[in-house]
Ligand binder design. Sequence first.
Ligand SMILES: Nc1ncnc2c1ncn2[C@@H]1O[C@H](COP(=O)(O)OP(=O)(O)OP(=O)(O)O)[C@@H](O)[C@H]1O
Ligand SMILES: [Mg+2]
Length: 511
Amino acid sequence: MAEDYVIEMLHITKEFPGIKANDDITLQLRKGEVHALLGENGAGKSTLMSVLFGLYQPEQGKILKSGKEVQIRNPNDANALGIGMVHQHFKLVECFTVLDNIILGVEPNKLGFLQKAEARKKVMALSEKYGLRVDPDALVSDISVGMQQRVEILKMLYRDNEILIFDEPTAVLTPQEIDELMEIMRGFKKEGKSILFITHKLNEIMAVADRCTVLRKGKYVGVTDIANTNQEELSRMMVGRDVQLQVDKAPAHPGEVILDVQGVNVPSSTHKKSAVRDVSFQVRAGEIVCLAGIEGNGQTEFVYGLTGLEKVTKGTITFCGKDITHASIRERSKSGMSHIPEDRHKHGLVLDYSLENNMVLQRYWQPEFQSHGFIRKDKVREYSDRLIEQYDVRSGQGSVTIARSMSGGNQQKAIIAREIDRDPKLLVAVQPTRGLDVGAIEYIHRQIVAQRDAGKAVLLVSLELDEVMNLSDRILVMYEGEVVGEFDPKTTTVQELGLYMAGARKQGKGE
Ligand SMILES: Nc1ncnc2c1ncn2[C@@H]1O[C@H](COP(=O)(O)OP(=O)(O)OP(=O)(O)O)[C@@H](O)[C@H]1O
Ligand SMILES: [Mg+2]
């Protein structure tokens, strides 16, 4: 007897130049289940979901909705079938309000007049019902990524979608937001909605999924019931070997002060009050210092101030003995500051450039890559090929691949390769492993520790408490723009950090 599948993708094959992103993949979604999709960076997850959402046409295979074959030629077709998608990289219009984004393309009208009040009512009702707490009048450019994601979720709900695709929704969320999203998903499930959920975090799959389909290098590996499996087995299915989830590292031997931050303020783009207030700390050679905190407590703005993306309005930043408080981005970069940015699309890559040109973005003018005003293309190619090989950056066409076409995790790996290989004195790493598969995380964590052991100063900014506890030698907690405590990961606990992150405690003020 045929099972009760809402969606069946059968023998799907989708090719891109140089690569079969999906090679005979089958995925069957039951009604009312949370179905996880797991696979290494570049395994073909986003591609498969884009096929289901009508963004790509497969060369082979077919899609059934409730047992009947359907043609999904574009996202409108998908919507008509009740399929909605929250993309890995959000697709909101930044200068529009939340409400305008949600109703974009399906604006309710009467005789050609926009019925915004009605739309607002429906949006607010949905927001209330699922505890999404969005402000319909806020501009998208002003809200946090977590909020942007809720807007994307509301877009699906507003269109009455019953099959919800989440492409790595938790990669950009705080632990609290992740718990909330899991709750939201359980709520959807209870109502009989069916969910496809991509994540690299195995604990999330264990917590919320009913079944999991595993892909590897474009191929279908298998599907398992979550009740009968565990994280080790999942990671083995996905990577094809055992993965070590803990980092091995020796105690740090901090040397001279590399970064000295004194009394720094950085303005906020949305509020009058500074986003960063009176922040002071040092990072020495050979240590990993982490700025921990809940998203939106000034970490982003601090890094903007440190790397020159935003101006510092008070205080000083000294880098290797030089005052760089007002230095240009290039000056900072030239004097040995590397930056793995939080937003890889906005600040990490030029998406329409080739991978090789992205690899030399801050260096193409150096003699190594340039002579008499001409780029030495052979040198750039050679260099890029080496990084790709060393850091296992996977893409269709290697060095000449356009960055935009690469999978999210591989874009991230390319940035990390570039920033580490510049041999910096200070590595500023913001959420470096966001969106990476467990195998890649293992590798990147080792690289960061190796940087430390080679005498580099590392400033890590992470929302992942596991990563913070695992990697750091010292932890500074930020709350509402200020550093409220300093901790030794060997003697503190996640619970204690949590209290400071939530503002329930502050050092030096009568604990
Ligand atoms: N539009 C495109 N043009 C060319 N190649 C593409 C395109 N989209 C994806 N690819 C390639 O297809 C492969 C699969 O990519 P996909 O984005 O589906 O991976 P993924 O499993 O979602 O990975 P990640 O976990 O990193 O997001 C990658 O090698 C990628 O470079
Ligand atoms: Mg993807």
